[in-house]
Design a protein around this ligand. Sequence first.
Ligand code: PLP
Length: 578
Amino acid sequence: MLDRLDRLRVLDRLDRELPLRFLRAFRRIVPVGAVQLVAAFDAVTPVPKLAPEQPMPGSFARQTTIFPGPGARLASIERDRIGMTTREAANEAAPESNAPVRLRDDSPLLNGYLSYLESNSTPFITPGHKGRANMLDADLGAVLAGDVPLYGGVDTVKSAGGLLAEAERRSARWYGADWCRYSTGGSTHCNQALCLAIGQPGDKVVVTRSLHRSLLLGMVLADLEPCWLPTAIDTATGMPLGVAVEDVEATLAANPDARAVLITEPDYLGTLSDVGRIIEIARRRDVPVIVDQAWGAHFGHHPQLPAHAMSLGADAMVTSIHKLLPGYTQASLVCARTQRFDRDRLERGFEASHTTSSAGSVLASIDACRALMEARGPELVEPVLLALKSARQRLREEVPGLEVPDEQSFMAGRFDPMRLVVLLSQVGANGVEIEHMLLDQGLPLELVDRDTIVAIVTIADDEGTLDKLVGALVPAIHATSGPSRSPTVPVSWHVQPVKAMSPRAAFFSSHESVAADLAVGRISAELIAPYPPGIPVLAPGELVTERLLADLRAVAADGVRVAYAADPTLSTIEVVRT
Ligand SMILES: Cc1ncc(COP(=O)(O)O)c(C=O)c1O
């Protein structure tokens, strides 16, 4: 039996090793070990208070029903084999009123996934690796070890268990939505699915210009006409501040036939618009608000984090579970309230563009993240926020003059404190050079340009990982610093598009490649976006201007990747044939 100190040690270790444990369980590197690990984790997972009948969106309510997957019988044998330890630890780990439950008991897809791994199936269905690729080649086997399909793996081929639908219902309940789908196609797919559900071809939408390319291409697919909203900029720091409420109001007034408002919250730097007020304004006109919250899957899980968009009244929301939560790459979720959406259209839009062979492992990770965060969100976020506070403090102390914004630097709820943003212009340092130095030390960063560094921090980080980052950042900043300069606002935040054709018409037009200088004044047939942040600086249907070309060339000269352009050197541009 575990004594109290042992339990604390186990808890602490589990907290630190969460991604590793997930990885092991998912990859089946040591199958029995994975089961034991999950059992140990389950044993110390505390139960939150009982769910009220109708929990508020984003509340910590839960329901615990065990969902037998195809391998449930074998799973129970396996559990019995290790049952003593599990049960004893479970009984010991918490008082009766707060009895521990296992993550998989509140996670039908995780349970189905683990049950399959624990079973001894000899499948005569896809995928072709049959879970036996290691017999063909060890390296190939390592890559495929955790791959389990949804149909015929996590659930039966005929989806007899209804596991996916139940998992999606649980996420819908967390978000206060009445429709929710899990995607293996990332927020890219979810954004496009929503675009297909908005209206009719040719309909207008009011949309932030700082949108991800996936949303723009969703508008191409659905033939939506954008009425652009400019991005507000903080002149002191050059940071984007979302879209201004006044701009939303004015654009809706000028386009009373607009079918939706689409905003991206937060942006790459962690800042947000006043989402609540934007929703209020759109509501007065009965226009639905769709929020691309790809970067906010952790929102609502701690009082110091911004509220998630659905709790602010959004009609639909997209989030990438894989970005800010410990989910498999490509794991995303889309949810909606259906008062202002046609449920069938949402469903058809989603299915039209989703794979018919979903990776069960990806879907199980979405469900598991939901269960984990519902049970332990605040407890897991809290130490990371504290570690971030110390990291910011240390950066400010060790590099005098360095700007490291935190939530105090912005209006309440308008900045995600999990984003570590470092502004370099005051100390004259060069972000692109710093990135190279950090890469050499095995420390890749999410977004870097000359003046800005953005590190993504999640609940899988801790004091140790942040110390390592700060320890490498400080000397790198000192090594590249020089005279202070004014911050330059990256072109992604101040695009002033000149529209000449609908994005869809330009996308499908006959086009030609011309020398970039000769493209000035012509209509672009392609989408060009410095990456990150992946915001289209030039979109299909917009005029190529001299200013835009100069801005794009400057970005490229600064070492930022110019993505999606047919010619990334920018010597030529694809334009609509005249
Ligand atoms: C704002 C925004 N929306 C959507 C996406 C697409 O997300 P995914 O990579 O999950 O497809 C991204 C990707 O970076 C993004 O930044």
